[in-house]
Design a binder for this molecule. Sequence first.
Ligand SMILES: [Zn+2]
Length: 749
Amino acid sequence: MSRIGLIGILLAFLALTAASAQEGQLQGFNRDSSATERQWESKFRAIPNADNQREYMRLLSARPHHVGSPYDKQNAEWILAKLKEWGWDAQIETFDVLFPTPKERLLEMTEPTRFTAKLQEPVIEVDPTSNQRSEQLPSYNAYSTDGDVTGPVVFVNYGLPQDYEQLERLGVSVKGAIVVAKYGRSWRGIKPKVAAEHGAIGCLIYSDPGDDGFSAEDVFPKGPMRPPDGVQRGSVMDFPSTSPGDPLTPGIGATRDAKRLAVKDAPSITKIPVLPISYADAQPLLTALSGPMSPPNWRGSLPISYHVGPGSAKVHLKVSFNWDIKPLYNVIARIRGAEQPDAWVIRGNHHDAWVNGAEDPTSGQIALLEEARALGELVKQGWRPRRTIIYCAWDGEEPMLLGSTEWAEAHDKELQEHAVAYINSDGNGRGTLNIEGSHTLEHFINGVAADITDPETELPASQRARLVRISRANPEDRQELRQRADVRIGALGSGSDYTAFIDHLGIASFNIAYGGEDEGGIYHSIYDDFYWYTHFADTNFVYSRALSQTIGTAVMRLADSDLLPFEFNGLADTLRLYAKQLKKLADDMRDQVIERNKQIDEGVFTATHDPRRPRIAPPKEEVPPHLNFAPLDNALDALATSAQRYQSAIAQRATKPLSSSTLLEVNRKLMATEQALTNSEGLPRRPWYKHMIYAPGVYSGYDAKTIPAVREAIEQKHWDEANSEIIRVAAAVEAESRLIQTSTDLLGK
Ligand SMILES: [Zn+2]
């Protein structure tokens, strides 16, 4: 039975805000529809089953299942069959992408002593899947260029731009050298990029035990941490400064007959060869280094003196790859909306892994699967979502978001027209609910989190998140955590499948996971498997169930609400915070330069010079100019006003029904509010990234840069660009205000 036609008569927005006197009335619903929704939602939350999830994980992680492997395809087909069995209209959508696999890997020290790196993770007897050697991808970094280089070695800490500034002070250059960087503190692909920019000819990345090894807990299999020979695989595609997805088809779907670049012209492949290694393989190289001692905060937990190098050590690194095109199998499933089938609520988690991938991605995939089973069950019981729900099990996330990006690029126009929101997960664990996403839906997702029970504490998940944050916060943040109605959600950077949706298409997005209580050092190694997960992670799967309940509830609420639950006071508040941070960043940089110039003039660097530990004084720098933030401040004032007016209009509408056609029109406008924050020309030098508020950092990778064009211009000291980008951001914020105002006008009709 369709409810179309009745909405116009029955719909009365009895207080749509959380401040409602009608306790428990859901944002975007009226009293009746809210009660009905709550009934369906509690039925839903009773269905996900931890035993099923354990069984799905056992099956999906039983064999290695990277892109192009037999078990990757088999898993996709199994997921497809399950979704169909649960009543979904499901199919596999394929793309053809460049996926390099190792042909040759050689790392040897030739001087002062000979040492050949093992480059092999050993079988661990108690771990039954660690011996599947014939199907395991060897340890490597995908989209490293081929290379055969020999040179001296320099230790570069985490390999970030600021580490190279320190090296300059120490008088050490990496020109013509092979750098050794620690994993961590940035996305891994930043390390070879920055190394190449400084003239290095090769890059080794190792996992120091101080980061995810024995310094935290016992190593696997006694404990959860990385053993001496464990290696983190992973992509080093330079996606932050170009785009994620298939390197041969940037900006378009990698369909069979798509126009492709030649491999040599692909902009996102690294400039120098890269290889990830274990600390057992790194230690002999690091031990052989001489030269200055590294700064104290660079030193890890190996029993060695961490010299920077170079010295007499010489290393030979040779890597080459099979540059093959491989098929991707995205599983896409739909439940058609009963009233607004052309409005889509989209949910995804990838299914491919580097090896067996129990934690990454299967712990998220099993949450998605139980949501899908439960939603299918509700449909059998008579539930008809108002809008269409699309569930996606992505392939090729690990190489760099291939499946989701190609799908988003292939369907860009229709997604921009039809998508309400995209909700992502990519792994899960025990602990606190962590949400990153669009601030246009911050209030909404807080409402969802308030209705989920945390399995360990039995507190509402939102309350536990707030209290845990209070325990860790500084005094200023503590005050906000106690006073602000909503727990502030983090901004999305990158590192999972939401990237194309939010950054390229401007679709409101979330990434959601529980975590914080499990330590682990098996990320992207052969030990991320069912044995590890069921011994050290969410061993009874109660948080898999909680993740299903959380995301499934969000999906249902977005699919069923009368008025889409976008809200803009939180957005205005968050954007003001970001603007404040930018001003502080610019001021701090100015102060630093002034102070350092003063110290140079005073002779501080001469006075502190120790001839046995020579340091090179920094050069004097031009003092950064003051920037003009006025256009942004004015736009933010306008946004705050239109956000408040919108909320008042909703409150006033509470007792008056809204015609179904007006409601549709308002919802259509609300669906475009994330896109209003984009700019079709994109960010400077990386036009694929269209969002003016969120982006991954060019020099951080996964970490978000908020108001990225301005922030990065300041960080990179491009002052004119900072001023001109402030104007472009202000224009996006103004467009947002105008769109909110037109929605307000419609509500007032
Ligand atoms: Zn993942």
